[in-house]
Design a binder for this molecule. Sequence first.
Ligand code: AMP
Length: 304
Amino acid sequence: MSLLVVGSVALDSVETPFGKADEVLGGSANYFSASASHQTPVQLVGVVGSDYPVEKLEPLKARGVDFAGLEKAEGESFRWRGRYRHDLNSAETLETRLGVFSHFKPKLPEQFVNADFVFLANIDPRLQLDVLRQVKKPRLVACDTMNFWIESRRADLLELLKHVDLITLNDGEARQLTEKANLVHAARWILERGPRTVLIKKGEHGAFMFTKDTVFFAPAYPLESVFDPTGAGDSFAGGFMGYLARTGDLSEANLRRAVIVGSAMGSFVVEGFSITRLLEVTRSDIEKRVAEFHRLVTFDQALT
Ligand code: AMP
C-alpha cells in the first residue's frame, strides 16, 4: 500500500561527543524515507532551496523514494544546527532556519492524493494540515512534532490532533504538550484529543505504545557504539509506518511488530552520521536485529 510523507528536507550541522558533521543530508522527511524505503516505496512532499545539493538525494531515489512532491524554490534551504552532550537522549537546538519552508504551500502531485498511509513528519503543523486536506481517503494518518512547534504553533497542533489516528513524540515533548509529568496521564490526555494510538519514545530507554485499552513497551537495542542520535525518531517512524504500509495489517499484534521494526531502524541510524547507516543496512540486517529484540525481551514467566 502507498506511503506518503511530508516533512523537512534539511541540511544539518551536528556536534556529538564523538565528532561533527557539517551541512549533511538531514530533515525529518529524509530520515523517514531512508528508513521506510527498506519496507515499501515512499512518496515525499517537501521543499528545498536553490542551494540544496539535490544530487545527494540520488541514493534515496534509487531506493524507491519518489521526489515528485519535492518543490525547488528560490531561497535558502531549511537548516538545523544541534548539539548532543553526554546525555544522547536530548538534542540541544542551536539554530533553526526555516528558509523556503516559511513560504511553502504544499501541492500534492495527482499520483500522491490516493495515499493509503500518511506520515506528517516533524514540520509546521499548518503544513501538516495542508497536506492532509489534499489526501483523499487514507487508511492511517500519523504525525510527529517537536518542542519548536509545541511552543510556536500550539493551537494548530491541537487542531491537527483531531485529524490523526496516531502520534509519535518523545517523552519530553509529550510532557510539554500535555503539561502532565506522568507519561500514562500524558498519553491519556492525547488519546482524548483525537489519536487512537500514542507512541511515546524514550530514546535509549525504549518506546511505549498506548491505546485506550492497551499498553505495549519495546526496549531500545543496547548498542555499544552510538555516534549521532539525530534522526532516531524519524527512522523509528519510518520503520513503523513502512512495515504497516507493506503488510496492510492494523491489528494490535501487527502494530507491536511495527514498533519493533521501528526500534530496529532507530538503532541503526544512530551508528553513523546523517542517513549513512540507513543506506548501508540490508533487509537481512533488519531481520537479524528484530530477532535480537525478540531474544532481548523473551523470558519464562513460570515462577518457581
Ligand atoms: P529526530 O528524529 O527527532 O532526531 O529529528 C531530527 C531531524 O529533525 C533533523 O534532521 C532536523 O533537520 C529536523 N528538524 C529539527 N528541527 C526541526 C523543525 N523545527 N521542523 C522540522 N524539522 C526539524
